[in-house]
Design a protein around this ligand. Structure first.
Ligand SMILES: [Fe+2]
Length: 401
């Protein structure tokens, strides 16, 4: 496969090159021909929220995303509004019901704001569905074409954890702004003078929370149904504090663009943060979205200036001599990271910088991570304890600990 073919249209449009993507999201080369369920990458994270009008504004103002397409009553959508936003290769679709009878209203009543569909780009929808069916997956949408004057999209969908689905989308014969039913729409939101062109370049990973005892079943689902392979394994004490614990395993598609850590609660002295999520989301669902940035310091500063709140990290984290020794030299002075609460982790391949937002909706469920990779293909295992202690302090303040 040529290097040009490895990049998808969104990445080319975002002016990303292969070396940047290897660095940003740990992209590797992969031969699709032997893959039973080839996945090229992320298509979109499709959110169902209580107020799409305002959430779309939030992602433009606070996350620096660009509005590119829209579907709503003005162009024949009688059920909901949907705003399509991009940042580099990342695409979010924000949908909210305006018809009280819309299934989206039911979804929101049950789950609150959340990711209903982790849509993936595949080169051959029918081949994927055939394999998924043989493996016993639930097909929620059979393969079909949707067309308009811009061409044809072939799509289908399978069920994942909880009410989450994976749409499978082949848009190779389509040139419209998103999907048939959507019209091009540009932001009326004007960025501040001097604002960066974008605050993040791509989606790195999406974490799923499932019930106690179900993590291995979902790892098996991604292995067997979707041909994903296991990347790293974190279990038991690695990521436990005295009071809150979880187990986590990570699966990835062939080229590692799509990475799914899967968490389940583990027994601790008090309620696990995963249990809190499961209670308030009313079941399994997507817990956090990691956004890849090549300048986490600038991104944190820009988001903070727009009111995004990040979890704080105790000063002891940065002053711990053992941790400092392990981290060694990174691209910015530790004091710059400490001022913003940015975490550092190092493994045999390199290091990464990361930080987590507070939940961005009303419920203590979904939140974001910013991640800047420098060779490390990990997920911040070394930071889990420091991070969870910070999360627990927040959980305690909400009275759910
Ligand atoms: Fe993460």
């Amino acid at each position: 496969m040529s290097l040009d073919q490895i990049l998808n249209d969104e990445e080319r449009l975002a002016e990303l090159d292969l070396d940047q993507l290897k660095q940003l999201v740990g992209l590797v080369e992969h031969d699709d021909s032997t893959d039973p369920f080839p996945v090229s990458g992320w298509d979109a994270l499709v959110w169902t929220v209580g107020n799409a009008v305002q959430t779309a504004h939030f992602f433009q103002s606070a996350f620096g995303m660009e509005l590119v397409a829209y579907s709503g009553p003005e162009n024949g959508n009688r059920h909901h509004h949907a705003y399509v936003l991009t940042s580099g290769a990342a695409r979010f679709v924000i949908q909210g019901a305006y018809d009280p009878a819309s299934p989206l209203a039911d979804h929101h009543r049950t789950h609150g704001d959340g990711i209903a569909d982790i849509a993936l780009t595949v080169p051959d929808v029918d081949r994927c569905i055939e394999h998924a069916r043989r493996q016993g997956a639930t097909i929620v949408e059979e393969p079909h074409d949707v067309s308009d004057e811009h061409g044809t999209v072939r799509r289908a969908a399978i069920a994942a954890y909880g009410d989450t689905i994976h749409s499978l989308v082949d848009r190779s014969r389509y040139s419209g702004p998103y999907l048939p039913g959507f019209v091009e729409k540009r932001s009326t939101f004007v960025k501040r003078p001097g604002a960066a062109k974008r605050l993040f370049q791509a989606v790195d990973h999406v974490v799923g929370n499932v019930e106690l005892g179900n993590m291995d079943q979902w790892v098996d689902f991604y292995n067997r149904v979707m041909g994903f392979t296991n990347m790293a394994e974190f279990i038991g004490e690695d990521i436990a504090t005295d009071y809150s614990a979880l187990m986590s395993k990570v699966v990835a598609n062939g080229n590692h663009r799509v990475k799914f850590p899967l968490n389940e609660p583990a027994l601790g002295k008090k309620k696990s943060q995963i249990d809190e999520y499961l209670e308030f989301y009313c079941g399994p669902g997507a817990q956090h979205v990691a956004l890849a940035t090549n300048d986490i310091i600038a991104t944190v500063d820009a988001m903070t200036a727009e009111g995004v709140e990040f979890l704080s990290t105790p000063d002891s984290y940065y002053e711990d001599p053992e941790l400092r020794g392990r981290i060694g030299t990174v691209r910015a002075p530790i004091e710059e990271l400490q001022r913003r609460g940015i975490l550092v982790d190092r493994d045999e391949d390199g290091y990464l910088l990361q930080i987590f937002t507070k939940p961005t909706g009303d419920r203590p469920t979904v939140f974001f991570e910013l991640i800047e990779r420098h060779g490390s293909l990990g997920f911040g295992k070394g930071n889990f304890k420091a991070l969870f202690e910070a999360i627990e302090r927040e959980q305690e303040r909400r009275g759910n600990f």
